[in-house]
Design a protein around this ligand. Sequence first.
Ligand SMILES: [Mn+2]
Length: 257
Amino acid sequence: MSTYLIGDLHGHYRDYERLLVSEGLCDEALNWTGGTHRLWIMVDFFDRGASGVRCMDLTMRLQEEAAETGGEVNSLLGNHELMILCAFRFRDSKHTDGLSVYDHCLRWGGIESDFEGFTDKHADWIRTLPAMVLLEDTLMIHADAMLYVDHGLTIDAVNESFRALMDSDDLPRWMSTLASFGEHMAFSGLDLTGSKRAEQLLSLYGGNLLVHGHTPIPFARQIDAETVTEAWEYAGGRCLNVDGGMYMGSPGFVHKL
Ligand SMILES: [Mn+2]
């Protein structure tokens, strides 16, 4: 049994299909052929690309099929999942700046057709997603950010905090949590501050390797997206970025842990 990771999809459905088939996790008809293997999506299904709902629909179906063969398909909770859930719930409510939640989401890369295709079924599924997972010695979070510490000092507490938010009618709290995901690259940098932060999270929550998406590798490394075909290990080998930046033009990749 192996664990496979796919980074931020951002609505790039065709790339998602191609990666699943080329890795043998699905056949050409997109049936699960991964047997007992595990697949985790490091998220941001939505926004920037056109087909976020299709990406999520495929993942939800594969989750059921994989469970039948003793495999596992699952996803973390990312900020763009929180964002579409927020728009679904508070659509025309006004934020403090007078703009509606819906308009905010369009500004943050939201795609109108995704809002139209988004249903209770998607909302319910998103509410099941964990913000933080420890798989053996691998700590997985969506964002390369310290914001998780504000949600709790154990993995259960972090996930419970996000679940409570998703059940909450407190719009200012939703908006401030979404804004907190503006934090990027907390574990990188030329000085040692970044790797120290990574060490802090690993010693707090457990694990030897911190895996994340959220910041496209071509952006973090200032390299051409077309050349990004594998994960980026940094911070002295303690961090792994799996966001190839498909929306920037990377072909994407599947990372086998
Ligand atoms: Mn993100």
